[in-house]
Design a binder for this molecule. Structure first.
Ligand code: SME
Length: 160
């Protein structure tokens, strides 16, 4: 059994540091990428308050394909350049969306989602996946969240 508890009063940078540390501990020595992404999705769910979806889309033959996640069932394939995830994958840049209703082409998987953070996971400069986190709260994510998830992406890239 793995016990990880996130203190709700921790400042965000410390919360994300603990999340990355827990992720690194869980995936260490485990070569199975599906198992690792599943555990990382579960950890994001444990550590990040106010979210309703957390998980991965993987780059497969030039499009994004749904990977392990926690949340409601989601759309399976996203072409590059479509939606928030496709924008992150196509540009290689983090997408911080305060209000998904004002993001052109946003793909609604859960009608409750109001804000979203998508971070590309890059290996040797190429996007191999994106980490997607949704929230039912408007403007749930800020630059500290973006920096925290970007650090997580770097910590796990060789294990997914
Ligand atoms: N909203 C995303 C689609 C994935 S779901 O949020 C899980 C997008 O616009 O790319």
């Amino acid at each position: 059994m793995f016990e990880f508890s996130a203190d709700p009063d921790l400042p965000k940078p410390e919360r994300y540091r603990q999340l990355s540390e827990a992720a690194s501990a869980l995936i260490e020595g485990e070569p199975d990428s599906v198992a690792n992404m599943a555990n990382i999705a579960a950890l994001m769910w444990e550590f990040l308050p106010g979210i309703n979806w957390a998980g991965f889309y993987r780059m497969v033959n030039g499009e994004l394909v749904l990977g392990p996640f926690v949340g409601r069932p989601a759309c399976i394939r996203i072409p590059l350049g479509h939606g928030v995830c496709g924008a992150a994958a196509a540009s290689g840049a983090t997408q911080l969306v305060e209000d998904v209703h004002s993001f052109p082409g946003h793909i609604a998987c859960d009608a409750a989602s109001r804000s979203e953070l998508v971070v590309p996971v890059k290996r040797d400069g190429r996007v191999i996946a994106v980490i997607d986190i949704d929230s039912p709260e408007l403007a749930r994510f800020d630059q500290e969240d973006a920096a925290g998830v970007e650090a997580l992406a770097v910590a796990i890239v060789d294990s997914i």
